[in-house]
Write a protein of this length. Structure first.
Length: 274
């Protein structure tokens, strides 16, 4: 939709031109959310697309995803064969049940900054130990894990004027085994529950709960827990009020499916799916 309160659009091409975000300003990435509903508080958009950040950079240390990388660009990425967890990329992109128009415009950074429970880029990057690289006003930089960056629906760790520059996925996380489970109330509905488990060759087991909770919840174990140990850890980490409640699922259903999927993932990663 047209945003009829917008008086100016800035198109910075260098980092220095990003400084000076005033009240009524917002960064613009793909615009799929910004242009999907009225934004009466906004007067100026600062378009990030002219900064020319390379969408994906694979190095021996891992994968750096520019905040402006689109979901379509990420889905097309061809990962090195030794990155055994790379198929998660496609699975999480497909959890984003939007049209090709949205896929071609929506950015990974925009999805994480929205911080919605059903944000599939949050599920992906949180499960793979993603770290947000944040540019601070004045030329500084800080890093926050994706799990800590997302605080709740439409709430994240960015301070005024800060921009999410990239998300870094470490090679070690990309080289783990994984198991993925997702549920939605309808065939083409938003995720109501999305769990990802990962397992290191030497035993470490990590379970990341997203979509069913208001923010990502991650449980890490040095060795895979017993079924009752996993159940107890989930109960301790997710109090009832942390389960999300909206049109995409009631909290009791989300809690039930979270426990069910957690059990399945533990079995798949510890007993080879038996
Ligand atoms: C049909 C449809 C289906 C959708 N389905 C889903 C879904 O299943 N799950 C879901 O999570 N969302 C969904 N959305 C919402 C939205 O499209 C996505 O979250 C999308 O990924 C947002 O990315 P964007 O690049 O378009 O962000 P934009 O709309 O450009 O920006 C979103 C917000 O993030 C801020 N922002 C963007 N990039 C940065 C940055 N680098 N640094 C700081 N701030 C930034 C903007 O200022 C704005 O507040 C859907 C939207 C539509 C229209």
């Amino acid at each position: 939709m047209d945003l009829n309160t917008i008086e100016a659009v800035a198109r910075p091409s260098r980092r220095e031109e990003l400084d000076g975000l005033a009240p009524g300003d917002a960064f613009l990435a793909g615009g799929t959310w910004l242009f999907s509903e009225p934004q009466p508080g906004l007067r100026r958009l600062v378009d990030l697309s002219g900064l020319g950040w390379p969408p994906l950079v694979a190095t021996p240390e891992g994968l750096s995803i520019a905040a402006t990388c689109t979901v379509a660009e990420l889905d097309a990425f061809e990962a090195p064969a030794e990155w055994t967890a790379a198929p998660l990329i496609g699975q999480c992109c497909r959890a984003f049940l939007a049209s090709f128009k949205i896929w071609n415009m929506a950015s990974v950074g925009g999805n994480i900054c929205m911080s919605l429970p059903a944000g599939p880029m949050i599920s992906l990057t949180a499960a793979l130990d993603g770290v947000c690289v944040i540019w601070t006003p004045g030329g500084g930089e800080r890093r926050v894990s994706v799990v800590d960056f997302v605080r709740g629906p439409l709430d994240n760790a960015l301070e005024r004027g800060e921009v999410l520059r990239a998300i870094e996925l470490p090679r070690a996380a990309l080289a783990r085994r994984f198991a993925f489970r997702r549920a939605s109330l309808s065939r083409l509905g938003r995720s109501g529950v999305l769990l990802i488990g990962t397992r290191e060759a030497e035993g470490g087991f990590v379970l990341t709960v997203t979509a069913s909770t208001r923010r990502p919840v991650q449980l890490a174990f040095a060795e895979p827990p017993s079924p009752s140990g996993l159940e107890a850890a989930l109960e301790a980490a997710i109090p009832p009020e942390l389960y999300h409640d909206d049109i995409h699922g009631r909290p009791d259903w989300r809690r039930h499916m979270t426990r069910e999927f957690a059990r399945e993932i533990r079995t798949e990663l510890t007993e080879g799916g038996r």
